[in-house]
Design a protein around this ligand. Structure first.
Ligand SMILES: Nc1ncnc2c1ncn2[C@@H]1O[C@H](COP(=O)(O)OP(=O)(O)O)[C@@H](O)[C@H]1O
Ligand SMILES: [Mg+2]
Length: 216
């Protein structure tokens, strides 16, 4: 079976500090994959590597069978086709919710989703004219997910999306991921929260710089 996102023998160090020593995994179907690991275990680093932002010291990352670090063109393609929902949400403070999402829609010709539909689904239609500073953390999170979806991504990577939200927002966010999976987009979520893993089809944990599949 062709993989959607795959990494092989990934090694990564910050200077002399090795963080990831030999990581392998692949996502082949629209599913929710959990990446588990305590703070400092390398989850954000791994997401940087998977999304074309951080070159690994060794190993390969393939998006739809394309080696994303082979050349500059492939790396740009990966950045466009991987929807990132990062911990600080990366929303632009000077732009409204609508404008923040529109940027991505302008960058990528998008046939699968319409911006208004996405706003509706994320339950943020009435927040369109607000600025990021006027939103709760849960609302910012939903805007960040909406923006990632507007890029019509092959896969969504969400780094600790449920880390700083209250239980009711956590449930909303996890249900959104189930919806995204249903429309055919795989989601990879990093977390250290058990409730989050209950929504995952598969969970891998980062242990001693390696990734192990967990059987539950
Ligand atoms: N830019 C950086 N320079 C040096 N060390 C870093 C840098 N970013 C992260 N680290 C270190 O790499 C390890 C993994 O960090 P990170 O990927 O952020 O883990 P997690 O997301 O699981 O908390 C930690 O020990 C962290 O201190
Ligand atoms: Mg992190």
């Amino acid at each position: 079976m062709n993989s959607i996102l795959k990494c092989e023998n990934i090694k990564f160090s910050y200077g002399k500090t090795e963080v990831l020593s030999d990581l392998n995994f692949s996502v082949n179907t629209p599913s929710i994959t959990g990446i588990k690991g305590p703070s400092g275990s390398g989850k954000t680093t791994l997401f940087g590597i998977l999304s074309g932002l951080l070159n690994p010291d060794a190993g390969k990352v393939y998006l739809n069978e394309i080696d994303i670090y082979k050349n500059y063109k492939n790396k740009i393609l990966a950045r466009k086709k991987i929807g990132l929902v990062f911990q600080n949400y990366n929303l632009i403070r000077e732009l409204t919710v609508f404008q923040n999402i529109q940027i991505v829609e302008d960058l990528v010709r998008n046939n699968r989703f319409k911006i208004e539909e996405i706003l509706e689904k994320m339950n943020i239609s009435d927040l369109k004219s607000r600025y990021p500073d006027q939103l709760s953390i849960g609302q910012r999170q939903r805007v960040a997910i909406a923006r990632a979806l507007c890029g019509n991504p092959s896969v969504i990577l969400a780094d600790e999306p449920t880390g700083s939200v209250d239980p009711s927002n956590k449930k909303n966010i996890l249900e959104l991921f189930l919806h995204i999976k249903k429309v055919g987009i795989p989601v990879i979520i990093s977390s250290h929260d058990q409730t989050t893993f209950e929504f995952c089809d598969k969970v891998f944990s980062i242990n001693e710089k390696l990734l192990m599949e967990e059987y539950t």
